[in-house]
Write a protein that binds this ligand. Structure first.
Ligand code: CAA
Length: 286
């Protein structure tokens, strides 16, 4: 099976940046495509900081950090992804934007065997595949935040994805990136978010209803269930805008009120309170 040697990542935010980081650390040549120069500069700075932290923690030598940085290139032009053997899309959780991007990637990526993957949590892979002329090579490859730390990758074939594509993506995730995989069908939320999102939304409803404070809900789950962080802090980490977008997709898919974004979550997003990435959500990060 041909190994992935040239990885493209579209979107250099917390997920895309994390995917690019693990790819470069695994020895891949990585090109990250961002919307504009400012976003590219910010993405590179975040990635550099994360690599520096790994050096400080004794997980990476300075030479390996420098080599990883050498293998990473940021661009604002999608055509720089032409020679990639795999492209992972990690842009905003917006179906229209993603569908358009897959149509553009299909035009740009010249290797007929290239895999076009999405890091979506909830948008149907079949819709993204349908925007391309190679649906058999499109699948969901869903990472978890923080990508350098969390071991899981969900592999999500659509009804049209070939078994060879899934096997290549599985080998890429396990043998090249050192992750563990699970497979899920192309249904919104896959395995992890189908379970996690209703839990996070329930916690938000508890706070919204004045039932308990965010601090106490989190303390309850950290000390009572040994979770590494409570649901409100985790919502802030995921990003409240992203959580709302995932909830909206899942509600559209299942029509189940457990997936409906509570008004408090909607109002926080309207107010620009997006969690850790914006400096404020249920907690203050400034
Ligand atoms: N990049 C690289 N390494 C990081 C990191 C990052 N962004 N954040 C933390 N780490 C590393 C630290 O260096 C540290 O490593 P060592 O133990 O070797 O020193 C380790 O992770 C633990 O970090 P900290 O001591 O700083 O803090 P912590 O113990 O509180 O852990 C955490 C932080 C890893 C984020 C942990 O709280 C955790 O795992 N939380 C749950 C995260 C989770 O559930 N994520 C899934 C979200 S859902 C999703 O992503 C999918 C979706 O579609 C919404």
């Amino acid at each position: 099976m041909t190994k992935i040697e040239r990885l493209g990542v579209v979107g250099g935010g917390q997920m895309g940046g994390g995917i690019a980081e693990v790819g470069a650390r695994a020895g891949l040549d990585v090109v990250v495509c961002e919307v504009n120069e400012d976003a590219a500069t910010a993405g590179r700075a975040r990635l550099s900081k994360s690599l520096d932290r790994a050096v400080q923690n004794g997980k990476l030598t300075e030479a390996d950090r420098d080599a990883a940085l050498e293998r990473l290139r940021f661009t604002t032009s999608l055509s720089d992804l032409a020679d990639r053997s795999m492209v992972i899309e990690a842009i905003a959780e917006d179906e229209q934007l993603k569908t358009k991007l897959f149509a553009d990637l299909d035009e740009v990526v010249s290797d007929p065997d290239a895999i076009l993957a999405s890091n979506t949590s909830s948008i149907p892979i079949a819709k993204l595949a349908g925007a391309t002329g190679r649906p058999q090579q499109v699948l969901g490859v869903h990472f978890f935040n923080p990508v350098p730390v969390l071991k899981l990758v969900e592999l999500v074939p659509s009804l049209l994805t070939s078994e060879e594509t899934v096997e290549r993506a599985a080998a890429f995730a396990t043998e090249q990136l050192g992750k563990e995989t699970i497979r899920a069908k192309d249904r919104s939320g896959f395995v992890v978010n189908a379970l996690l999102v209703p839990y996070l939304l329930s916690a938000i409803r508890m706070v919204e209803g004045g039932f308990a404070s965010a601090e106490d809900v989190d303390k309850g789950m950290v000390l009572g269930c040994a979770h590494p962080m409570g649901p409100l802090r985790l919502s802030d980490l995921v990003g409240l805008d992203t959580l709302k977008a995932i909830a909206d997709s899942m509600f559209e898919e299942y029509g189940d009120p457990n997936y409906a974004a509570p008004p408090l979550l909607r109002r926080m997003v309207d107010a620009g309170l997006k969690g850790k990435k914006s400096g404020k959500g249920f907690y203050d990060y400034n």
